[in-house]
Structure formats: structure tokens, C-alpha cells
Design a protein around this ligand. Structure first.
Ligand code: ADP
Ligand code: MG
Length: 563
């Protein structure tokens, strides 16, 4: 029954293959990064599984990845002795795309090649990137623990279908054989391969080996001793900070985050004391395509004593910092830790708290040192950070210091004003930080409630994003100065009013007694109260909410949510 079966690719796979081949041609070399990273993942998975099933490693305990080229055949082979795949694994992993949000991703593609290739990069090109350089790909694999006869071969030209057959495979793990396209023959050059591997694999905790440079005096076949490691096989984060170059940090980011771009900034920390762990945290330049997808699981990779445990350990970073990429390596957690254990765990909490503080302080340092770069960050991730005060009140003040606003001072929709700048500018006698929340920047800017503030030269923050009402309901004060909405309650400008103002106000109130009664009668139940205001200078009237009532913005939000 060793016959070949043909299967069709899932529609999305066909689409992805087509896109990749046509939009990533200027970035061909990433295929090697992806395939070596899969091989390294396969080693990590086996190492982890072997913790409980010790016989899995059997007599083949030295895990490796091997890359070689055959000039005559025009092929590159990437082999590993990792976990391998069963027939079911092969069909699921190399025939479909199982990622959550796949449909959403395809919906975002625009047809603009430059944009799409960025997007594909962020989506994660993975195994299918093999077809950027190969017109035919063969995968031979055997899952750890299975008999030699239970291997599987997968073969495809990337054109809609793939063939499957049962094979006998001597060694556990996976071989991927790429038959290169004519325009990708540059990769047959081993020194070229070596330099790409150097770039992307230096941080892997597994040796990536290539055949030793040809030595005429020895026999031609590639026996064990003919392989040498190209990388150090020492995980980057375990090395000393002073020994790691910026280039290495950047390359590492590209490979953990599968991003084409460099990171905006990073922070590498060895924490000792009551809890011991290493963290390497990056802030990307660009938002991932699924930043607003609630189910997207972009967390932090978790290692325990250098053994990879899981991807997307969302317990290690609060949701308002979900754009942070990187890893944490704990010395305290047990190797058999599960997501459930992570959920409510002292060690996890300490790592999460420590790392949250690290990210916040790395951001405030950036804000101090390089305003332009910080504003770039703010534009990309500001709206996410605004979820912070509600989610993490303990760090509320730190987060508030990172917020940026549009304001009447700059008179621009750009969010550039910090609360510290606001406090510095405000007159001594001003007791509050004034703000307004509206549907749009224009609606905020043109609200009649601002008239008195403009007249008196008092700065008002102009908020108009969806999240802003939520944000302001969790920000009560900053550095002991209260926030005060200019559309709420009977605004008391206190010492900012002079006595001449006060007298005039009294006179006005007298004069309006009669019309006020008529308005009250005419509006009846529609309003709570009609009263004279001194806050308007150009407009005749405006609607406000009472101090303790829901703001009009909040009321709209609740209505939209069906409350
Ligand atoms: P990702 O690595 O993000 O999961 P890929 O497209 O790179 O996506 O790979 C898809 C899946 O195929 C992997 O999750 C893994 O299960 C399987 N796979 C790929 N290469 C190997 C390999 N060398 N050994 C074992 N499994 C592999
Ligand atoms: Mg992969």
C-alpha cells in the first residue's frame, strides 16, 4: 500500500503561495530563516517532550540542524533530528493554514505589492516560503518514537496540490529538499548559505551545521566528522550584554518576531534575587496586522532554564503591552509548567510585574531622549497604551506620563502634548487639568464649552478617539492635579476668576431670571435643569452633563454596546 496519494491545498494556501512568490522576490533569503527556525522549533519540541518520555531521544540525543547544497542536482537540503511529523501532522501543517485570523489577514491584502509583502512578513511566511526559491519541494519526515517504516514523504510543486506517500526513513526528524528555481541558484553557493545562517541563527540554542569546507585528502562522503557548526549554538539572551552587538540584537528580533523591519527599541535584563529570570523585550516599529484582533495571541516566548516551553505566553505581559515581542527565561518555574499553572502563579506574576515596569521605563526613556522617535511609537501604539490605566492602575501614573494629547495649545490634531508639558505651562492658580472628549477632533476643538478657556488662555486637552472616554474614566489625577472635563458640571474656575467677573455674573443672572423660567417650562422633562452659564463667550447656549451623570460620550458608547 505504498502508493502515492494526491491532495489539494486549502484555498488560502494557494493564495498565500501565489502572493509570496510574486511579492517576496526581493527578500528571497528569508526562506532559510523560516526553515531553519522550524527545524529549531522541532528540536525544542522534542527536548520538551523528552522531559517526560525519556526514551524518545534514544541513541540520537545530540540535536542539530544541517544545511547542505548539491550543485549538480540544484538542491538545498535542510535536515533536523527533531520531533518530526506524523501523516496527520503533515496534512494539517503543510496543506492548510491553521493560524487564527487567517481570513481577516486575507481581507487586509490590498494588491499593492510593497504593502502586501510587509503584511505577509508580519503574518509569518513560515514553511511555504520554501516556494519563493524552489519550484519543487520534498519533505521526508518521521515522528520521534515511530518505527523506521512509518515515515511520510510530502512532495509539491506549489501549484495547488501535493503528493503523499509512506516511506522508510532511517533517522528521526525531517529533511526538506528544495529544488531551486533558475533565478535562485545563488543559494547553491555554500558561503552564501553560511552568511545567511550566521545572520539568523546565531541566537538559536541548537547547532546549525554545514559540511566542512572540502578537504581533498579525505574521502568524499559526508560522514559525521564532516559537519561543523556555523553558529555558536548558544542562545543569545544567555550571553553577556556587553558581548552582544546591536546588529545581533536586531537580527534576533527579526527572527523571533518574523519581522522584516528592525525593532524600535529593546531591553535585555538579567534579574536576580527572589525571582531569577532573563528577559529580552522588543518594541516593534510597525503594528502587527492583527493588533486589534481580540483573539490574536501575541505574547512572549517562555523558556525555563533555556528549554523552550511555549509561544504566546500571554500571562507574561499585560494586554495593553501586547505589541511587545521577545522572551523570558525563568530559573524558578518547573519544566512541566502549563498554561493553567502560569495563570495564577507567584513566579509568573513577578516576571510580569518586573517586565511591565521595564517596558514602561524603556518607553519613558525614549520619550525623554528622542521625542521624534517616541511620537512615531505613539502614533503606532498609543491607542493600545491608552487601555493601560484601566487595566493596570498600579502603574497608572507611569502610563499617564507616556500619554500624548492634542490640545488647544498646539491647535493641531496631532497628539504631541504630554501631561508634564501641560503641568509646566499651566498657571499657578489653575487647580485642574482640563480636557474634553468628543466624537472627532473638530467636534472637540469647536465645542462652545472651550470659549471661556480660550478667552482666559487656559489649555484644554482635546480627546477624540474611541477609547478616550474609557481612558478618562480611569484617570482621576496626575501628579496630584485632578482631571476636569470642561463639559461636566458647574465648572468652578476658582482663583482664575477675578472679582470684576463675579459682579458681572451676578448682574447677568438677575437679568436672565425670567427667560430662564420660560426655557425650563418649555423644555420640561427633556432636561434636568436650565441655568445661566458664564463659560460661553461667543455661543448662546450649550448642553452639558451633571457632575455625577454619565457623559454624553459614555452614554453613546453604552448605547452602541446595547446597554
Ligand atoms: P509556524 O512555524 O509559524 O507554526 P510554519 O509554516 O513555519 O508555521 O510551519 C507550520 C507547521 O509545520 C509548524 O508549526 C510545525 O508543526 C510543522 N513543521 C514545519 N517544519 C517542521 C519540521 N522541520 N519538523 C517538524 N515540524 C515541522
Ligand atoms: Mg515556522
Amino acid at each position: 500500500t505504498r502508493q502515492t496519494e494526491t491532495h489539494g491545498f486549502q484555498t488560502e494556501v494557494k493564495q498565500l503561495l501565489h502572493l509570496m512568490i510574486h511579492s517576496l522576490y526581493s527578500n528571497k533569503e528569508i526562506f532559510l530563516r523560516e526553515l531553519v527556525s522550524n527545524a529549531s522549533d522541532a528540536a525544542d519540541k522534542l527536548r520538551f517532550k523528552a522531559l517526560s518520555e525519556t526514551n524518545l531521544l534514544a541513541d540520537d540525543a545530540e540535536l542539530y540542524v544541517r544545511v547542505s547544497a548539491d550543485k549538480d542536482a540544484g538542491t538545498i537540503t535542510i535536515s533536523d533530528n527533531g520531533i518530526g511529523m506524523t501523516r496527520e501532522d503533515v496534512m494539517a501543517n503543510l496543506g492548510t493554514i491553521a493560524k487564527s485570523g487567517t481570513a481577516e489577514f486575507f481581507g487586509q491584502l490590498s494588491g499593492d505589492q510593497a504593502k502586501d509583502s510587509q503584511l505577509i512578513g508580519q503574518f509569518g511566511v513560515g514553511f511555504y516560503s520554501a516556494f519563493i526559491v524552489a519550484d519543487s519541494v520534498t519533505v521526508r519526515t518521521r515522528v520521534a518514537g515511530a518505527a523506521k517504516e512509518d515515515g511520510v514523504e510530502w512532495q509539491s510543486r506549489g501549484e495547488g496540490e501535493y503528493d503523499l506517500k509512506a516511506i522508510t526513513k532511517e533517522r528521526r526528524g525531517t529533511d526538506i529538499i528544495l529544488h531551486l528555481r533558475d533565478d535562485a541558484e545563488e543559494f547553491l553557493d555554500e558561503s552564501r548559505l553560511r552568511s545567511i545562517i550566521n545572520k539568523y541563527s546565531e541566537h538559536l540554542s541548537i547547532p546549525v551545521q554545514m559540511p566542512k569546507a572540502a578537504d581533498d585528502s579525505e574521502e568524499a562522503d559526508k560522514t559525521e566528522s564532516k559537519w561543523e557548526a556555523v553558529n555558536s549554538g548558544k542562545a543569545l539572551w544567555t550571553r553577556d550584554k556587553s558581548e552582544i552587538s546591536d546588529e545581533e540584537y536586531k537580527d534576533f528580533y527579526k527572527s523571533v518576531a518574523h519581522d522584516f523591519d528592525e525593532p524600535l527599541l529593546w531591553s535585555h535584563n538579567k534579574v536576580e534575587g527572589t525571582s531569577e529570570y532573563t528577559s529580552l523585550l522588543y518594541v516593534p516599529k510597525r503594528a502587527p496586522w492583527d493588533l486589534w484582533n481580540r483573539d490574536s495571541q501575541h505574547g512572549i516566548k517562555l523558556y525555563v532554564k533555556r528549554v523552550f516551553i511555549m509561544d504566546d505566553a500571554e500571562q507574561l505581559m499585560p494586554s495593553y503591552l501586547r505589541f511587545v515581542r521577545g522572551l523570558m527565561d525563568s530559573n524558578d518555574l518547573p519544566l512541566n509548567v502549563s498554561r493553567e499553572i502560569l495563570q495564577d502563579n507567584k513566579v509568573t506574576r513577578a516576571m510580569r510585574n518586573g517586565s511591565t515596569k521595564k517596558v514602561l521605563s524603556m518607553l519613558s526613556k525614549l520619550a525623554k531622549d528622542d521625542e521624534e522617535k517616541y511620537l512615531e511609537f505613539w502614533k503606532t501604539f498609543g491607542a493600545v497604551l491608552k487601555e493601560g490605566p484601566a487595566e493596570d492602575s498600579a502603574n497608572g501614573e507611569k502610563i499617564a506620563g507616556l500619554l500624548r494629547f492634542a490640545s488647544t495649545h498646539t491647535d493641531s490634531a496631532e497628539q504631541t502634548v504630554s501631561l508634564d508639558q501641560y503641568l509646566e505651562r499651566k498657571p499657578e492658580a489653575q487647580k485642574s487639568i482640563y480636557y474634553i472628549v468628543a466624537d472627532s477632533y473638530e467636534a472637540a476643538r469647536d465645542n462652545p464649552a472651550l470659549e471661556i478657556f480660550r478667552k482666559k488662555g487656559l489649555e484644554v486637552l482635546l480627546l477624540s478617539e474611541r477609547i478616550d472616554e474609557w481612558l478618562m474614566s480611569h484617570l482621576t489625577d496626575y501628579k496630584d492635579v485632578e482631571f476636569q472635563s470642561v463639559t461636566r458640571g458647574d465648572l468652578d474656575l476658582g482663583d482664575l476668576e477675578d472679582s470684576a467677573d463675579k459682579e458681572q455674573q451676578k448682574a447677568t443672572e438677575e437679568a436672565f431670571k425670567e427667560p430662564l423660567e420660560r426655557f425650563t417650562k418649555a423644555l420640561g422633562d427633556k432636561v434636568k435643569k436650565v441655568r445661566v452659564t458664564h463659560r460661553l463667550t461667543d455661543s448662546p447656549a450649550c448642553i452639558i452633563t451633571d457632575e455625577n451623570d454619565m457623559s454624553t460620550q459614555m452614554a453613546k458608547l453604552m448605547e452602541a454596546a446595547g446597554q
